[in-house]
Design a protein around this ligand. Structure first.
Ligand SMILES: *[C@@H]1O[C@H](CO)[C@@H](O)[C@H](O)[C@H]1NC(C)=O
Ligand SMILES: *[C@@H]1O[C@H](CO)[C@@H](O)[C@H](O)[C@H]1NC(C)=O
Ligand SMILES: *[C@@H]1O[C@H](CO)[C@@H](O)[C@H](O)[C@H]1NC(C)=O
Length: 225
């Protein structure tokens, strides 16, 4: 009995070895094929902590692809709140309690798969999370949790960086909050100067324009914007 087992077992372990070899070869080839960024959910709310050259902000980001709108509510540390509301028709309103500026971009809000085509850079631990890292058109470096696939961190080429503190998939801001205030519609176009950094908040909008512009150039399917 014992003898028979021992005569079978070398053959058995040979097949074991072979199958292990096969599994390890196939799994290593799976690792080598680069992961792709998870598309953004069609609706979510995130609280972002922003750091730009040591100046801190908290942004409430309401991404709402379903309704064609995107909202950044920006609290500067011990400062004003700036509302940056972007519509898919290219119109964006940026306002505070006192001022408002309106911009017309050629592009709408970011599409859910706006990171498609990003270059995979490997894995890195950021903010204590093991992340897959991508870079897109020298514009943004994007860090996504390897396990949960949630965004953890991103950095714009300007050095402006976001730490994702919450990520509530499916959260939607009520319609009434998206309405730009009356002073956005009084007295026509208002000139806004750079001096107080007011236009800085809409920077992402401009960058987005550049970004989608490049996308458009690369893939004609986005040219509907
Ligand atoms: C914020 O940015 C500054 C300069 O870019 C850096 O020195 C500092 O460590 C950053 N702070 C945090 C909390 O990331
Ligand atoms: C785009 O949509 C917003 C929100 O409905 C509206 O206020 C704005 O006037 C529209 N812009 C254009 C160019 O139609
Ligand atoms: C913007 O700055 C220019 C020159 O510095 C000034 O003449 C103009 O009144 C300013 N506009 C606003 C809206 O503050």
């Amino acid at each position: 009995m014992e003898k028979r087992v021992s005569s079978i077992s070398p053959l058995y372990s040979f097949f074991m070895l072979l199958s292990l070899l096969f599994v390890s070869v196939s799994s290593s080839s799976r690792i080598q094929s680069n992961p792709t960024p998870t598309p953004w959910p069609h609706q979510f709310h995130s609280i972002l902590v922003m750091n730009f050259s040591g100046s801190n902000e908290i942004i409430n980001l309401w991404y709402d692809w379903t309704n064609g709108r995107n909202f950044n509510i920006i609290q500067k540390q011990l400062g004003d709140v700036t509302y940056d509301c972007e519509w898919n028709n290219g119109t964006s309103f940026v306002w505070t309690s006192k001022k408002c500026s309106r911009a017309q971009l050629e592009v709408g809000i970011l599409v859910p798969n706006w990171l498609d085509g990003a270059k995979y850079l490997g894995q890195q631990t950021v903010d204590g999370f093991l992340c897959n890292v991508w870079e897109k058109v020298d514009f943004i470096w994007y860090y996504e949790d390897v396990v949960t696939k949630r965004p953890v961190h991103w950095v714009f080429y300007t050095g402006r960086s976001a730490h994702v503190m919450t990520f509530e998939v499916g959260a939607v801001l009520e319609d009434e909050h998206w309405q730009a205030p009356a002073h956005c519609f009084e007295g026509g176009e208002k000139e806004v100067n750079n001096s107080d950094g007011f236009t800085e908040s809409s920077m992402e909008g401009v960058l987005r324009s550049k970004m989608v512009g490049l996308n458009k150039y690369k893939s004609p399917s986005i040219s509907s914007f």
